[in-house]
Design a protein around this ligand. Structure first.
Ligand code: PMP
Length: 443
């Protein structure tokens, strides 16, 4: 008997008992490789001694002080590490407790920027279909994941509208070059600005790599520069959601470093604290902060647990490990092995439509057959079947997708910790390959 509202109300999950490195063990003793770090969270795996010690030290000194009264040393040091060198012109950080809270902060800061830079008519945000920005009502309204939105649609603000994501696997026409497809997407964004009135748009908002809805869908070269050009033409901001794809997951600290653009506001979370504590945040361009500083001089927002000292100490320690152990090099090297292994093992499977990703952030899209790319009936829950087969074989992976709009297939994400070795990648590929084949064979 459980008294917790679990995701599945009919079947309680196993109790996670302990974690070491890339391994997780449940109360029955069953051990699995944490092959997706939860939902691309546990970037250092479990129990990293430097992070654990940093948390203990912080807890011994100070657990909590409200940000209306104090700042915490760990928060100051974390901000300094992230934006002290102003990457891409990002000069300020604001810390909250999750990715969704980060999105809410990004949305509200962008609106406040509009007001305080003398442009109060800007009230609309353009985001993308088949995207996910979080489950709080503002973030959910920004998101374009049809299945997650559907039950709550009557509660979602109409300040948000949606254009197509960059999803060449399904959306690029056969007779269209990549450049023409990108140009078509830029035209679509331009048309949406015109429909809303360019003077009414606060920002365009996108995941740099689409995670939970499309499964590690990277943009084509030139896509983000083309989208940013549209924003700049109309004086609107670019908000990049790197909650899943950021903080090293793609092989560079920020996924936008590989896209040829810099955001005005960037949302971060998962890899920031690696799951050691709940923490997310936004990194903000100097000109946005300048408008608020010269204007009201406050950010009209706040949460009781923002910039929590222990969460910031944990995140600081995680980022120190990524830097000191040169883990971005390992993300690139192990990512190349993972891509190669998945391609060799599953690349010719009749029901694997696409294998895509970057760094240590990879997904397979599962389809009824490769030629038609027909999606599975969501009732079959193919992604969940793969998850279960993998779990039984000692591998945790992240099942996503399932569609009510037929616009994308089931997919399963692998996002191993940045500390994984070549031998561990080999085990992940083997267990995952076996699980996918078994799940598809049993349909
Ligand atoms: N944005 C993206 C891109 C995400 O992947 C997620 C979480 N999967 C969120 C926002 C929301 O983050 P959280 O679950 O921490 O609220």
């Amino acid at each position: 008997m459980t008294h917790i509202v679990h995701r599945n109300l009919r079947e309680a999950p196993p109790i996670a008992a302990s974690g070491r490195g890339i391994w997780l063990r449940d109360a029955s003793g069953h051990e699995v490789i944490d092959g997706s770090g939860g939902a691309a969270v546990a970037c250092l795996g479990h129990g990293h001694p430097h992070v654990v010690q940093a948390m203990k030290d912080q807890i011994d000194r100070l657990c909590y002080a409200h940000t209306a009264l104090y700042s915490a040393e760990s928060a100051e040091r974390l901000a300094d590490m992230l934006v002290g060198h102003a990457p891409g012109g990002l000069t300020h950080a604001y810390f909250v407790s999750s990715g969704s809270e980060g999105m809410e902060a990004a949305i509200k800061m962008a609106r406040q920027w509009a007001i305080e830079s003398g442009q109060p008519s800007r009230t609309k945000i353009i985001a993308r279909r088949q995207s996910y920005h979080g489950n709080t009502l503002g973030a959910l309204a920004a998101g374009g994941n049809a299945m997650r939105r559907a039950p709550y649609a009557p509660l979602l603000s109409d300040a948000f509208s949606h254009v197509s994501p960059c999803y060449p696997y399904r959306d690029r026409r056969d007779d269209e070059s990549e450049a023409d497809y990108v140009a078509r997407l830029a035209d679509e964004l331009e048309a949406e600005f015109q429909r809303l009135g360019p003077q009414n748009v606060i920002a365009f908002c996108a995941e740099t790599i689409v995670g939970a809805t499309l499964g590690c869908a990277t943009a084509l070269p030139g896509y983000f520069p083309a989208m940013k050009a549209v924003c700049q033409r109309h004086g609107a901001l670019l908000i990049l959601d790197e909650v899943m794809s950021g903080m090293g997951r793609s092989g560079t600290l920020h996924a936008w470093e590989q896209e040829g653009v810099t955001p005005d506001i960037q949302v971060i979370a998962k890899g920031l604290g690696g799951g050691y504590q709940p923490i997310g945040g936004i990194l903000v361009h100097g000109r946005v902060i300048e408008a608020l500083t010269k204007g009201s001089g406050t950010f009209k927002h706040g949460h009781t647990y923002q910039a929590h000292p222990v969460a910031c100490a944990a995140a600081l320690a995680v980022q120190e490990v990524i830097r000191d152990e040169k883990l971005l090099d390992n993300v690139k090297a192990m990512g190349a092995l993972l891509e190669q292994g998945l391609t060799e093992r599953l690349g010719n499977h009749a029901k694997i439509g696409d294998i895509r990703g970057r760094g240590l952030f990879w997904a397979v899209e599962l389809v009824q057959d490769r030629a038609s790319k027909a999606v599975f009936d969501p009732a079959l829950a193919v992604n969940e079947r793969v998850k279960k087969e993998a779990f039984d074989r000692g591998l945790a992976c992240y099942p996503m997708g399932g569609t009510i709009d037929g616009k994308h297939g089931d997919h399963v994400i692998l996002a191993p910790p940045y500390v994984c070795t070549a031998a561990e990648i080999g085990m992940i590929v083997e267990r995952f390959g076996d699980a996918v084949e078994a799940a598809l064979a049993r349909l």
